[in-house]
Ligand binder design. Structure first.
Ligand code: NI
Length: 383
C-alpha cells in the first residue's frame, strides 16, 4: 500500500490515537471526549478550531501559502449502540457502545491528513476539516448544516471516505452519480377493535390487517415502481397483542424504504399511504402512516469523482482504483453533498466481519493510506 512517506513516518501515532478512540466509543451527539481529542490535536498542529457545530462536531481551518480554493475533508466520529465482541486489548470500555463501523478509523485518518497538511502547507488555498457527529441515523450532517456549516465555512468542494472490509486493503472504489440510497423509516399504526379471541366477529382485527397490509405493501416495488429503477421496502418490525385469547385493538408495523431516486422515493411513500387508506376503509379501522426522511440519496459529482480517481491513481496506482459499488446502505454525508459538490469513496480493507457486526475489526494498515489520499486531494485541489 503506497502512502506519503511523511505520514507513514507517524503511522504508529495514528494507531495509538485510533485505539484510544476505539476504547472510549461515544454514540451520536455524545462524542464529547472524542471531539475534545480532535480539537486538542488540531490546535496542537496550529490549526484554527471551531467546536460545537451540530452539538459535538468540530471544524478545523488550515490556510495554505497563498490564496486559492477551499476544500472540505470530512470524517464521522460516532460509535454504534451495540456491544463489542472482538477480545481486543483496546476493546470498548463503554458497555453497549462500539466502533463497529470504523468511524474511529475515519476520524484518525482525517487527523493524520490534518497533521501532514499543517506541517507541510504545500497548497495555496484553504482546507476545512469537518469532524461530524452522529452519522448512524441520527442526523449529524443535518445538524451541522442547520448550524450553517457551509455559510460559516464555505467550501468549493468536499470529500469523504468509508472503510470497506472487502479483502482489498488500500484499494479505492469510486463512482460518479448515485452511490448510496436515500432512506426513510416508517411506522404504521393500525387501530381496530379488540375482542375475546373466541369471538372475533366482535373485533375489527388489527392483526389480520397487519398481515394483509404487509403483503399489499410488497406489491409497491413489484407492481408500481419502474422495474429498471431500484427500490427496497422492508418491514422489519411487527408488534401486536399479548395474550392467546385476546384479539388486540392495535398493531404496529415499522421498517425502511431505500431508493436511488427522489421520484421513486415519493412514489413509494404515496402508494403506502394510498394502500393503507384503502385498507382502513375496507376493514373499518384507522391506519396512520408516518414516513420519515432519514438519509438523502448520496450522489457524487462527476468532476470530484474524477479527482478522486486521478489522485488515487497517482498515489496507489491505477490498478488499485476500481469502480465503486452502488449499495442500498445509506450515509449522511449525502446531505453535505447536496450543499457542496464533492465525492465519497470506499477505501478497501482486509477481509473480516462486516460493518456493524459485533466482531468488526478496523484495518489499521489503511490509516496512512486514507490520510495520504485526503492529503493529496487537498494539495491538488486547494490550489
Ligand atoms: Ni459508517
Amino acid at each position: 500500500m503506497k502512502t506519503i512517506d511523511r505520514i507513514q513516518g507517524y503511522a504508529d501515532e495514528l494507531v495509538a490515537i485510533r485505539r484510544d478512540i476505539h476504547a472510549h466509543p461515544e454514540i451520536g451527539f455524545e462524542e464529547k471526549r472524542t471531539s475534545e481529542i480532535v480539537a486538542r490535536l488540531l490546535a496542537s498542529w496550529g490549526i484554527e478550531v471551531h467546536a460545537g457545530l451540530g452539538k459535538t462536531g468540530v471544524i478545523g481551518i488550515l490556510k495554505g501559502r497563498g490564496t486559492g480554493r477551499t476544500i472540505g475533508l470530512r470524517a464521522d466520529m460516532d460509535a454504534l449502540p451495540m456491544d463489542e465482541q472482538t477480545n481486543l486489548p483496546f476493546a470498548s470500555k463503554n458497555p453497549g457502545k462500539f466502533h463497529g463501523c470504523g468511524h474511529d478509523g475515519h476520524t484518525t485518518i482525517l487527523l493524520g491528513a490534518a497533521r501532514y497538511l499543517a506541517e507541510t502547507r504545500n497548497f495555496n488555498g484553504t482546507v476545512i476539516f469537518i469532524f461530524q457527529p452522529a452519522e448512524e441515523g441520527l442526523g449529524g450532517a443535518r445538524a451541522m448544516l442547520k448550524d450553517r456549516l457551509f455559510e460559516r465555512f464555505p467550501c468549493d468542494e468536499i470529500y469523504g471516505l468509508h472503510n470497506q472490509p472487502d479483502g482489498h486493503p488500500g484499494r479505492v472504489g469510486i463512482r460518479s452519480g448515485p452511490v448510496l440510497a436515500g432512506a426513510d423509516f416508517f411506522d404504521i399504526r393500525i387501530v381496530g377493535q379488540g375482542s375475546h379471541g373466541a369471538m372475533p366477529h366482535q373485533s375489527r382485527d388489527p392483526v389480520l390487517m397487519a398481515f394483509t397490509l404487509g403483503q399489499a405493501l410488497q406489491s409497491i416495488v413489484s407492481r408500481n415502481v419502474d422495474p429498471l429503477k431500484a427500490a427496497v421496502l422492508s418491514i422489519t418490525q411487527v408488534h401486536a397483542g399479548a395474550a392467546y385469547n385476546v384479539v388486540p385493538a392495535e398493531a404496529h408495523l415499522a421498517g425502511t424504504i431505500r431508493t436511488f431516486d427522489d421520484g421513486v422515493r415519493a412514489q413509494v411513500g404515496q402508494r403506502m399511504r394510498e394502500i393503507a387508506a384503502g385498507m382502513a376503509l375496507g376493514f373499518g379501522a384507522e391506519i396512520a402512516v408516518d414516513i420519515r426522511d432519514i438519509f438523502t440519496v448520496l450522489e457524487n459529482a462527476e468532476e470530484q469523482a474524477d479527482v478522486v480517481r486521478a489522485v488515487a491513481g497517482d498515489l496507489i496506482g491505477a490498478d488499485n482504483v476500481v469502480l465503486g459499488p452502488q449499495m442500498m446502505g445509506s450515509e449522511d454525508f449525502a446531505d453535505m453533498l447536496r450543499a457542496v459538490p464533492g465525492a465519497y469513496f470506499m477505501l478497501g480493507a482486509k477481509a473480516g466481519p462486516g460493518l456493524h457486526n459485533p466482531g468488526f475489526l478496523f484495518d489499521e494498515a489503511i490509516l496512512p493510506v486514507g490520510a495520504s489520499l485526503f492529503a493529496r486531494i487537498a494539495e491538488n485541489r486547494a490550489a
